[in-house]
Design a protein around this ligand. Structure first.
Ligand code: PMP
Length: 387
């Protein structure tokens, strides 16, 4: 039967057509509802029904916690999209990529008896996704410690054989830049967060070939609530340590989450036209970015990050930017708290300081529903017209 939809919180009435003009634009969290219309078009083929008797045990028939069928789907998808090398690599699953951050930090840290004397230094470059820091601090381990911005350690990575673990996010959350590692040296390990390295959000210049790459279904199909991510790993020893972590932490990932991921990837891969979700994702995000850019270009008070068209090996042409987030800057000297300025205009974003950056910046999420985006555009249009 027809899906039952809830109204966007800014609308009410039986057909969700009564707009409340007092309602604030939700441009805060990164829930990827922009893909909901795609899944509504594929409602039947993406549906999962699980009988009560199905897969009640801990393991698959090969004794592992990881579905080999799903591993094969993931490898096939990367090969078709051309965004990551998987040949000869190991793959592990996590409860979202969030669980894999710490699994990777643990795997890269020296877990010997002396590590308390010389814990690994975990670093990232601002502006960066906050959870690298908050999660590392939460675990408060003897083996590794969060040590701030990479810029503090550049040219200083050789001392005492300390291990450095650098988080590199490419494209970056919040600014969409294709970042590269900053630190160099024999003791530097990088965790390459590739959550947004899909045609929806960025041109793909070449397949990513890093030692440890993290991906997530949250930003690929939009199913953030499924909590399913994966790591692609070059080194067998690192892979085995991550497997140990996942076994001791959660005994692997929910089999239902793996089943749903399999069903969703089936639609992505076998719907006849593998490009459909990426065409839809890209054109939606490109249109949103171009509308936003047009409005902000009329303003001297606000500016956006600069992103350029670039050749994409997936679409085989030069394509426009289509970032997941706007990294908006308040340009006036007196506008030190950009978040408050936007909030007063009915726009809820995230403060720059959340990303270890200046509060002159605000992150606006562009990946939410069309209603959320349209309300954001309306509020911004009014704000820019006033200034
Ligand atoms: N990495 C980045 C850069 C993200 O922005 C997010 C989610 N906002 C994640 C990882 C976490 O994704 P997951 O839902 O897979 O835990």
């Amino acid at each position: 039967h027809e899906p039952v939809c809830e109204c966007n919180p800014c609308y009410s009435g039986s057909d969700c057509s009564n707009f409340s003009s007092h309602c604030a634009a939700n441009a805060g969290d990164g829930d990827p509802y922009f893909l909901e219309p795609f899944w509504m078009r594929h409602a039947a083929s993406s549906a999962v029904l699980v009988s009560g008797w199905h897969r009640m045990g801990y393991t698959y028939s090969d004794g592992s916690y990881i579905s080999q069928l799903l591993v094969n789907h993931i490898k096939k998808l990367h090969e078709i999209v051309g965004n990551a090398v998987t040949d000869g690599r190991y793959i592990v699953f996590g409860g979202g990529s969030t669980q894999l951050f710490n699994a990777a930090v643990y795997a890269f840290s020296p877990n010997n008896n002396d590590s308390s004397l010389n814990p690994a230094k975990v670093v990232a470059t601002a502006p960066h996704f906050p959870v690298y820091r908050t999660q590392t601090e939460l675990f408060n381990s003897r083996d590794y410690r969060y040590e701030g911005d990479t810029s503090l350690w550049k040219n200083n990575t050789d001392n005492n054989g300390t291990t450095f673990i650098e988080f590199v996010t490419s494209p970056n959350n919040p600014d969409g830049k294709l970042n590269k590692a900053v630190l160099e040296g024999p003791n530097v390990k990088t965790i390459n967060d590739r959550a947004y390295y899909w045609p929806h959000f960025t041109p793909l210049p070449s397949p990513a070939d890093d030692d440890l790459m993290l991906f997530t279904i949250s930003k690929l199909t939009g199913h953030a609530g499924t909590r399913f991510g994966w790591a692609i790993i070059k080194d067998k020893g690192v892979y085995e340590k991550m497997l140990t972590y996942l076994e001791l932490n959660t005994v692997g990932i929910s089999r239902e989450a793996q089943l749903r991921a399999l069903k969703l990837l089936n639609v992505v891969l076998e719907g006849g036209d593998t490009k459909e979700i990426f065409q839809f994702g890209y054109s939606t995000m490109r249109d949103r970015w171009s509308r936003l850019k047009q409005i902000i270009s009329k303003s001297k008070r606000f500016s956006l990050q600069k992103l350029s068209p670039q050749y994409c090996t997936f679409f085989k042409r030069v394509r426009d930017p289509s970032p997941a987030y706007a990294w908006l800057k308040c340009e006036r000297e007196e506008d030190k708290n950009c978040y408050e300025i936007l909030k007063a205009a009915g726009i809820n974003g995230h403060e720059g300081s959340m990303y270890s950056a200046d509060d002159r910046y605000v992150r606006l999420s562009l990946i939410r529903s069309q209603d959320d985006f349209d309300i954001l555009i309306n509020k911004l249009t009014v704000l820019v017209a006033k200034n």
